[in-house]
Structure formats: structure tokens, C-alpha cells
Design a protein around this ligand. Sequence first.
Ligand code: DLL
Length: 432
Amino acid sequence: MYWQPEKECMSRADLEQLQLERLQSTLYRVGTHVPFYRQKFREMKLDFDSFNTLADIHKLPFTMKQDLRDSYPYGMFAVPLREVVRIHSSSGTTGMATVVGYTRNDIKNWADLVARVLCAAGLTADDVIQIAFGYGLFTGGFGLHYGAERLGASVIPISSGNTKRQIQIMQDFKTTALVCTPSYALNIADVMLDMGINPSGLSLKFGLFGAEPWSEAMRREINEKLGIQSTDNYGLSEVMGPGVAGECQECNGLHINEDHFLVEVLDPETLEPVKPGEIGELVITTLTKEAFPVIRYRTHDLTRLLPEPCPCGRTFIRINRILGRTDDMLIIKGVNVFPTQIESVLFDIDGTAPHYRIVVERENHQDKATVLVEVKESYFFDEMKKQGALIDTIKSRLASELGIGVAVKLVEEKTLGRFEGKGQRVIDKRKI
Ligand code: DLL
């Protein structure tokens, strides 16, 4: 049930003491070895001796993605390169890439933290885990791989793509757990149905999905289509990669590995803590990283803390599934809209296939959002009246969820591209 129960079920008092000690040693490490922090601490006249409680965290400076970019490639490393045994990098799709490093000890911790996430999701050494995340500079493939090996499971390092082969391997190798992005899981499920394969004939029991926002409605859809129980797991390369947080089998929020990461949820405007339970930006300080520690890293991911105790017995605090990134949030006619809100509505309407795109443009100085949604074949070839009624239903449900009107266009099944990694469902022409 637990991978490291002595940690995962610690009392809060012991945890806070451990966090404080680890934070103090992280501050010493970065203050001594990372010029960026040395300078910040000097400017702020930070006196480590007065840093006696976790509540003092607010005295520390933030770290932004831009700071990491400015130090490209190795400027933020806190150890000499000869102690670094692995280098990963973020994709750089939204700007210049950032580079992160790991010591041997970091890799060991990483494997344990991912093993915790896998174990919390119900996996054991008896599982056959198919890792359909990309292997390479992206942390998904290798991160999950090392964790799954640490758990003692049988690992299939298939990487992403080649969907028919994924399915073939799943059948032949008797895969019990699929690990990938939720959008790729849905893609695999659809191809499987097209191939006439009944998932109930497979050995698949678990899905561990992460690396992108997804809704509860999407979870239901995947679980039904593949006949599995799926859990959400979260992480980011700047902080470590997967293994930062994961759901247990309660499927009700993700436990943060708090002995390695100190989290805050802040108002992204004022940078003050939000009230307990309110939504804000997740800010993370690493507590054990040797090669690449970060202080108060602004993730831009929006979530809220779920402080109630979890029936699973883990004492680590949970976060709500990530609502979206502040930079993915669309502002349409002045209203904040997250793609996952639109997804939740679409997935719950009969007749729609679970594939969509959101196109936002400016027309006559006004924002215009159009939701393209695939509909099941029967609907598409049905008379206009039935299509009209479906469009009306989608529009009115979206209007009540979002508080603004959006246009809806039905498209034939399988006309919108499918994803093998992170999905890209928004086309914001205002930014092009
Ligand atoms: O996506 C690490 C990862 C790999 C996590 C595999 C889980 C599984 P990056 O490529 O650096 O790292 O992207 C990090 O992806 O800041 C979030 O915006 C988003 N993200 C990651 N996991 C989730 C999740 C990996 N479970 C960025 N739900 C993060 C929502 C997620 N968003």
C-alpha cells in the first residue's frame, strides 16, 4: 500500500521539523553554490540564522522560468558538472528551453518518489507497466521508468507513438498498467475500438496519467473505454519531473511528496497566500535536490490545497487536480476560461465524441471563441434538425458553465488530429 510508510504517514510535527531542517540546508547549498541565489540573498540581506520556522518562507525570493532561462544551460546548477549524472530539458515550446541536472542521489530519490506514486495508485512488483511517455529530454519516460523499476515491476519502455504497436504489445505482453498522457490514453482507446479489440480481453487494470491538465469527465471516459482505474500524477521538470504528487486509490486529489517539496498556494497577482481551500498558483521549493534546487519556483499551475485527512492514511497534503496553467487560461470577452471547463461539458453530452479544439480569434475588435467538437457518425449524417438540437444543447451548457456565449461547430469523427504526448487543444489566433 505504501512505498515508504515511515515518510508517507509521518505526523505533521515530525514532517514540519524535517522540512525546516531540509530547507535550511537547501538555503545554505544554494546561497553558497548558485550565483543567482547568492546575489538575491545578499540583496535581500537574508540572515539564515533568523530563519527559524517554515513561516519564514515568505522572506525568500521567488524563482521564475525566466531566471532559469537566463542561466542557460548550467548556471543554476549547485554542484560541479562532474557530480551530475543526468541532464533533462523542458521542451521549450513556449520559449527557450531550460536545462536541469541530477546527481546520483537525486536520481535515487526521484525513483523512490515515482515508486511512491505508482504504489499509491495500487501498483506492485507483480505489474507489467507499459510506459508510453516519450523517452529523451522530457522527464516523463525516464522518470516513470526508474520509479517502476524501483517498485520491482516489469517495465516495457515502449515510449510514445506507433499506437497500433502499443496495442499489440499490450495484448502480447499482458500489460497491466498503462502510463502516458490522458490524451494519448484516449487516442489508444479509440484506435483499439476501431481495431475491433475489446479491452475486457486485455490484462489492463490501471492507468497512470499526467503531464497535462485533464478533467474528471475525461477520467470517466477513459476508465469506461479501457475498463481500468486511472489516477492522476503531477510534476514538472524544473522541480524534478513526475513524482512531485500523485493520487492514491481514493482518486480525490494528489498527495504532494511533502518531505521533498514544500508547497505554497499563492494569489498569482498579490503573491500572498490564498485563504485555505481557495484556488491559487502552486509555488514549490525543493528540499532535497542536490544538483538543481529551486526556491519558491512559480509553476503557474492553478490548484487548491485539500487539507482534510485522506482515508488512505497518507498524511501528505493533497492538491486538487490542476485546473490549468495561468498562461493557458483564455480570457474571452474578459472572462477567464480554462480548456478543462469546456472539456468537462463536452464529455458529458450524449452524441459528442471526446475530441475537441478551441479556436479563439478577434473579429471586429471582439473576441470570438469557436468550439469544434467531433460528433459520432450517426449524428453527422443525420438530418440538420438533430444537429441543430445538439449544437443548441452544447451552446447552452457551455454558456451556463462559462458565463459567456461561444460558437459551436460539429465536425465529423476523426477529423481533429490525435495526440501522442501532451495535447494542444487551443488555437489562439489572437497570439499568432
Ligand atoms: O510534464 C512532468 C511529468 C511527466 C508529470 C509525466 C507527470 C507525468 P514538464 O514537461 O516540465 O514536466 O511540464 C510540466 O505540465 O507545470 C503542468 O502545467 C503540466 N502538468 C504536469 N502534470 C500535470 C497533471 C512534466 N497531472 C507542466 N495535471 C506542469 C495537469 C500537469 N497538468
